[in-house]
Write a protein of this length. Structure first.
Length: 69
């Protein structure tokens, strides 16, 4: 993500973002950590959904197999 993209996402001017990076490095660092966390959470949710689909697929496959007495 470019600084322009990030500034747009935060609804701030690119100059503001650059100023924060230079003059307020902790603020900029927190923004970067937050974006990384957001990305990780999104990936985690996608992986959970994929795992749920696999479990449902396995459950349906098992229910179609004949049971041995």
């Amino acid at each position: 993500m470019t600084q322009r993209d990030l500034a747009g996402r935060l609804d701030i001017n690119v100059k503001t973002l650059r100023k924060w990076k230079k003059d307020r490095p902790k603020v900029y660092e927190l923004l970067m950590i937050g974006l990384k966390a957001e990305s990780m959470i999104s990936n985690f949710k996608e992986n959970c959904q994929e795992l749920e689909k696999l479990i449902q697929s396995q459950d349906s496959t098992e229910s179609e197999e004949p049971k041995n007495p």
